[in-house]
Design a protein around this ligand. Structure first.
Ligand SMILES: Cc1ncc(COP(=O)(O)O)c(C=O)c1O
Length: 481
């Protein structure tokens, strides 16, 4: 069989339509003897029968292994520089009480960014000292909750927030642990990064010299970041620990992280020169890329950790600084590949169309029982995914297919381009790997569709960790007078 003229350049015509692309699946996913997809020995048909579809299926072993791999790799790379690294799992990627406990058990901390995420962490029994709080527009209630929980760190995003937090903490006779989020002028995405002097985004305190913007800086010529440090060192109720940056997401190469680390260490040297104070914490954020399709080739954590440690060592020495305690905030790279979404197929239809080269082509649409309400990333970011026929193996030819959802939007695409067996029909099960991050977390009730459950699988047993919504859940919020 030849490749479809509709296939994008990166998509290979599969030699074996039943093969699982290495790197896309959790460590305990494989095809069983009968050809069905299994996780830790449990067939997907049994999962679908017990929990229904769509269904998020998380491998606990895979999640824990990836969490440990980050912690071990960064600890090893930075051991002689600062004694190790604090790894904050970014809960925004996917959070529930069970996951919060896995994170704690594996020696990680938890990055939250809302009152709700702090509530989940507290319910899971995590000590506030292990938590961080992010957000460009934290409410007073969220700051008070952070103070109630005695949070390990609050990542302050603006001068106005710094003043509000100072007033709230001082009124309680408390000192808030503060890290300042800076914008270092480095933006990275996948294989490229760009470095700029000025930032045009809502997050953080600019490191660029003040140019009169209304970011709360006084206009005296220094940057908002410098002014925030000056203020934080003076204000009551604030214990300034260090600085933070986050340069983007789905990043494969270490150069962008390295440049940001250099800029932040230079900034810390400036703080020392102005104030005689060496701040002790430097957070380099998250954004480590994963494989969504066979075209993605992420680097192992150790490679990134070693590259960053070399830069931090060099830049700290250049500035005569003691290496601060380093932290990172990976989300997607821990939970993303641990999970697949299981869908039941419905309508299958083929339409005539024209390929980019002008030739006549056919595209097969395979509809599933979920869609943009359980995975908004294809719509939001044009994200690519991959899929396999999961309930059985097939000996049929590979057909260029588009997996679509059941929502009332023609853009409701789950997998834009994928080869699936020609005999895929209504009632089959499809599995989409790499859906652990920013899928359930971004899910919605569009078209009054209930959010799916999440099941964790470990040692041959599956258990519900997030219950799916029912129609009663949906109707309970509709106020009828
Ligand atoms: C401040 C911050 N830290 C960490 C993350 C996690 O990023 P990722 O899941 O890509 O690692 C994000 C994601 O947006 C973020 O905004």
């Amino acid at each position: 069989m030849t490749a479809s003229p509709l296939a994008p350049g990166w998509l290979r015509h599969p030699e074996d339509i039943n093969a699982l692309s290495p790197g896309l699946w959790a460590c305990d996913v494989a095809r069983g003897a009968a050809g069905e997809l299994e996780i830790s020995g449990i067939g997907v048909s049994a999962l679908a029968a017990e929990f229904g579809t769509p269904l998020f299926v998380v491998s606990e072993a895979d999640f824990r292994a990836r969490a440990r791999a980050f912690k071990d790799a960064f600890d090893a790379a930075f051991a002689d520089l600062c004694g190790g690294v604090d790894v904050y799992y970014a809960g925004k990627a996917f959070l529930c009480t069970e996951v919060a406990r896995w994170v704690r058990d594996e020696g990680l901390r938890l990055d939250t960014c809302s009152g709700g995420e702090m509530a989940v962490a507290a319910r899971a029994g995590l000590d506030g000292a292990l938590l961080g709080l992010h957000g460009n527009n934290k409410s007073d209630a969220e700051l008070v909750r952070a103070l109630d929980l005695n949070l390990g760190r609050i990542v302050v995003d603006s001068l106005a927030e710094l003043r509000r937090l100072s007033a709230l903490a001082a009124a309680r006779g408390q000192e808030a642990n503060v890290v300042l989020r800076l914008t270092p002028g480095v933006h990275a995405s996948t294989h490229e990064f760009i470095a700029t002097a000025h930032e045009d985004q809502k997050f953080g305190l600019s490191m660029a010299a003040d140019t009169g913007g209304d970011d709360g800086a006084s206009g005296a010529g220094g940057s908002a970041a410098e002014e925030a440090v000056d203020l934080a060192l003076k204000l009551d109720g604030i214990r300034l620990l260090g600085v933070h940056c986050h340069i983007g997401s789905q990043i494969f190469e270490p150069e962008g992280f390295a440049l940001a680390a250099r800029r932040l260490l230079g900034f810390l040297a400036g703080v020392r020169d102005r104030h005689g104070v060496e701040l002790t914490e430097l957070d380099l954020g998250g954004g480590y890329g994963i494989a969504y399709t066979e075209a993605d080739t992420p680097r192992p954590p150790a490679e990134i950790a070693d590259a960053l440690a070399a830069v931090v060592r060099e830049a700290a020495a250049e500035h005569g600084l003691a290496v601060p305690r380093i932290s990172i905030e990976p989300g997607r790279a821990i939970v993303g590949p641990s999970t697949f979404t299981l869908y039941r197929t419905g309508t299958v239809k083929t339409v005539r169309t024209e390929a980019p080269d002008g030739t006549a082509a056919a595209r097969r649409y395979v509809s599933v029982d979920g869609g943009m309400s359980d995975n908004a990333r294809p719509v939001l970011y044009d994200a690519d995914y991959s899929a396999v026929l999961a309930s059985r193996a097939s000996e049929d030819d590979a057909v260029m297919s588009r997996v679509v959802g059941k929502h009332c939007e023609s853009g409701d695409i789950v997998v834009r381009d994928v080869y699936l067996p020609a005999d895929v029909a209504g009632g089959d099960l499809l599995a989409v790997p790499g859906t652990g991050a920013y899928c359930w977390a971004l899910s919605s009730n569009y078209n009054w569709i209930a959010r799916p459950p999440v099941v964790a699988v470990r040692d041959g047993a599956a258990r519900l960790i997030v219950r799916g919504e029912t129609e009663d859940d949906l109707l309970a919020r509709d106020v009828m007078s």
